[in-house]
Design a protein around this ligand. Structure first.
Ligand SMILES: *Cc1c(COP(=O)(O)O)cnc(C)c1O
Length: 457
């Protein structure tokens, strides 16, 4: 390719080469191992050349590089929290980046920003949040957590974070602590609260901690509850936490990054009851909405708090032509100014596939997890502490941590499946996280057979 311009015909030719590769890649995923072993292809760290290389050569190199390492796009990846990555969303991304409109502030792209807003409005309704709820799309849950924390700090503490206290369970995601550090809260601002009833945040312990802190001159302002913990997928008692928060004037944030989209199913909706009372909710469409990595969402009941937390006296004079005030101003609600137009990567899959398809996929994961729990419970060498509330099944070897570690290594030996481990109840525990949209019964059955074999039966 000479120069930088591609005409329409060249765009088509390039995309059809890419389409050919990706079509093959997707078809091969069914058979692909969960862990691709090396070696890495040569040439990955070559500097860019002065003159063009062929698209085919470059695509070959990229696909060979992708084949090494974990494969969360495939159906046998059960580690961490996989989503798979809908190709329709990747296609949306190509469209979004080709039209390349400026969506930091709505005025330059009113139509495209309306598309993004329609998704945020739909999400607010899905979670029972009132009209007027706002928010923004982010790069992920950690970024959403940071913006929430800054809004809550601003709303409850103002300029002075002295004595600030925020509460979470010992099962909360570590991004809450990270956000507190970035936001400049004092190091002792984070107070973990005891869990009870199967690793769920204990509302009475929360109330007691708040009362103790207030009488000691501290300034409680925020509680972060889980709608599906990363470790094991349990949901905190969201209604009871909201009661305590209302009584003690705390901002309630629900971290629904893992479990949020189970709200589309009737079982999930029942388990997430109380989420409608949150002041804010964070979501990771790149988990339970199956999108490719890089998309989070923050919903905030009072979006003015987001603006208050993210703006100061200097609005940027160079932007003065853009702020009609009629359209969303994402730049004032989050950390970014110039941003990707993330709306389409959500909107296109939702409209193209329809909500029923997402609901069915999520219901399937709930069924698979419940059945996997039953199968694992019948393996004598394993201890299976609990029924999965969502789609994560936890288990360990009865003989302790070393045996569990060795079990994980044996499960991984063939490279066919991939699981990850954590610590629960002070013990090394394996997690089977059944969430990727490409994961179906035959893949879970294969994993269960490998686990049974590795456990010695
Ligand atoms: C994954 C996760 C996060 C962090 O989200 P990122 O998108 O990885 O930044 C936060 N909370 C929970 C419960 C998660 O599972």
């Amino acid at each position: 390719m000479t120069g930088l311009e591609l005409d329409g015909q060249q765009v088509g030719a390039l995309l059809s080469r890419v389409a050919h590769r990706l079509g093959g890649f997707v078809d091969d995923l069914a058979a692909a191992p969960a862990l691709g072993t090396g070696p890495l292809p040569a040439g990955l760290d070559d500097p860019p050349p002065q003159t063009p290389r062929s698209a085919d050569e470059l695509l070959d190199l990229v696909m060979a590089a992708a084949a090494v390492g974990g494969n969360p796009a495939g159906p046998r990846f059960f580690g961490y929290i996989p989503g798979g990555g809908l190709v329709s969303s990747a296609v949306a991304e190509t469209v979004a980046r080709t039209v390349n409109r400026y969506t930091a502030i709505g005025d330059l792209a009113p139509g495209l920003v309306s598309i993004e807003e329609s998704v945020l409005r739909w999400l607010a309704e899905l979670f029972g949040l009132p009209a007027g709820t706002g928010g923004l799309t982010t790069t992920g849950g950690s970024q959403a957590m940071l913006s929430m924390l800054v809004a809550a700090r601003e709303a409850h503490l103002g300029d002075d974070s002295t004595g600030a206290r925020l509460y979470l369970s010992d099962q909360a995601h570590h991004c809450v602590r990270k956000a507190a550090r970035i936001a400049g809260l004092p190091r002792d601002a984070v107070r973990p609260v005891a869990t009870s009833d199967g690793r769920r945040l204990d509302p009475e312990a929360l109330a007691a901690a708040v009362v103790e802190d207030r009488s000691g001159g501290r300034r409680p302002f925020l509680v972060v509850a889980n709608a599906g913990t990363t470790n094991s997928g349990v949901v905190d008692p969201l209604g009871a936490v909201a009661d305590v928060a209302a009584e003690h004037r705390l901002w309630t944030h629900v971290d629904a990054c893992y479990g949020g989209f189970f709200q589309l199913t009737s079982r999930g909706r029942a388990r997430l009851r109380g989420i409608e009372r949150a002041d804010s909710v964070s979501l990771d469409p790149h988990k339970s909405l199956f999108l490719p990595y890089g998309t989070g969402v923050l919903l905030v009941r009072e979006p003015a708090t987001l603006v208050a937390g993210h703006t100061d006296a200097d609005p940027g004079d160079y932007l003065q032509d853009l702020r009609s005030g009629q359209l969303p101003d994402y730049a004032s609600m989050g950390t970014e100014l110039t941003r990707e137009w993330r709306g389409l990567r959500l909107w296109l899959p939702l409209h193209l596939h329809g909500i029923d398809a997402f609901r069915a996929a999520l219901d399937e994961k709930l069924d698979l997890a419940a059945d996997a729990h039953d199968v694992l419970s019948r393996i004598a060498a394993l201890e299976v502490p609990e029924q999965p509330e969502l789609s994560t099944v936890v288990f360990r070897h009865r003989d302790g941590d070393d045996a569990s570690q060795a079990l994980l290594a044996r499960i991984h030996e063939s490279g066919r499946v991939w699981l990850s481990s954590t610590r629960l109840d002070g013990r090394l525990t394996l997690r089977l996280s059944i969430l990727a949209f490409r994961t179906h019964r035959e893949h879970v059955d294969e994993a269960l057979e490998l686990i049974a074999g590795a456990a010695g039966c």
